[in-house]
Design a protein around this ligand. Structure first.
Ligand code: NCD
Length: 329
């Protein structure tokens, strides 16, 4: 793998996953291995005893500098179901709120013999920065950085698509809404392309579609009727108002009329198309309740798949780390 690809920092000398920061630049065999590993964990999650001993004795620290419900709790459950110890750092009450720098906080946590940091941060590039500045013994998993990447969300979405609809090569996928501010969309596009999808579309108002998006190998549409025609997978996104610096929309009502996924608009896609959303969903803003709760929706399956996917990524990253601190014989 070339050192100029953004992924080189994610892999060890043998090409194994060491950190998981972005889906960009990772190979098809590696993404497929992540999916296969997650698939193998699904059956463990359906048993009454859900834990496996793979990360016994390891310490994982959840570092969420930005709010989260699903991502934070499924990382915590995934760590526990791998038998790791997990520390949820309460950022609001931590010393970063007393002026300590991010790296000082991390070096302190590293000194407590942590093995893995799961990081969510409002700044794009935060997880890469941390991976570059901590000891090689600690694996870093990006749980969402600014509008840059959210690789575990993208991979749990790929797992859901593969289980529900089969091989990526045959699928047409549309990502609808606020592409401009979405780390999820970017990570999904890289993953879908690498896994073999050739017809990937983004749909939204011009103000919410990055100008250079087609350079990623996707087609942009400003119209649901055109964009949804022949689509097998419809991925809806939330309007990321917290990241909007200017008024990019006329009104929520107008947005819903044009781009909200109603039962009528869903009928424009292929029969049997699945409806996805990373959450949190805003009913009546980007999606009609009847669609979110309807038979084509797999939104809650995505949430369930978040646990085996995060177990897979954590187990693989731990396996790719320099194991000098490994205590078990
Ligand atoms: C997404 C995120 O945080 O990027 N949600 C998630 O992780 N489940 C998308 C969003 O916030 O809209």
């Amino acid at each position: 793998m070339s050192l100029i690809t953004p992924s080189h920092i994610q892999l060890n000398e043998e090409g194994r996953l060491k950190h998981f920061l972005t889906t960009e630049g990772l190979s098809k065999p590696l993404l497929t291995e992540i999916l296969d590993t997650a698939d193998s964990f699904i059956s463990t999650q359906e048993r009454s005893v859900k834990t496996v001993p793979l990360l016994r004795g390891k310490t994982v620290v959840n570092l969420f500098f930005e709010n989260s419900t699903r991502t934070r709790s499924t990382f915590e459950l995934a760590a526990k179901r791998l038998s790791a110890n997990i520390l949820n750092l309460d950022i609001a009450r931590s010393a970063t709120s007393k002026g300590e720098t991010l790296m000082d906080t991390l070096w302190n946590l590293e000194s407590m013999y942590s093995d893995m940091f799961v990081v969510r941060h409002a700044d794009s590039g935060a997880a890469h920065f941390i991976a570059q500045h901590i000891t090689p013994n600690v694996a870093v998993i990006n749980a969402g950085d600014g509008r840059h990447a959210h690789p575990t969300q993208a991979m749990l979405d790929m797992l859901t698509i593969r289980r529900e609809k089969g091989p990526f090569e045959n699928l047409t996928v549309a990502i609808v809404g606020d592409i401009l501010h979405s780390r999820v969309a970017r990570s999904q596009i890289y993953a879908l392309k690498t896994l073999g999808s050739t017809d990937i579309r983004v749909i939204g108002p011009n103000t919410l579609i990055p100008k250079d998006i087609e350079s990623l190998g996707v087609r942009a549409f400003n119209n649901m009727a055109q964009g949804l025609k022949g689509v097998d997978v419809v991925i809806m996104l939330r309007l990321q108002k917290e990241r909007m610096q200017a008024a990019l929309l006329p009104s929520e009502a107008e947005y819903y009329r044009l781009f909200g996924l109603s039962t009528d608009k869903l009928a424009l896609a292929n029969p049997g198309a699945i409806v996805m959303h990373p959450g949190p969903i805003n009913r009546g803003v980007e999606i009609e309740s009847a669609v979110a709760d309807g038979p084509q929706s797999v939104i809650l399956k995505q949430v369930s798949n978040g646990i085996p996917m995060r177990m897979a990524v954590m187990a693989m990253a731990m396996g790719g780390q320099n194991q000098t601190r490994q205590e078990e014989g």
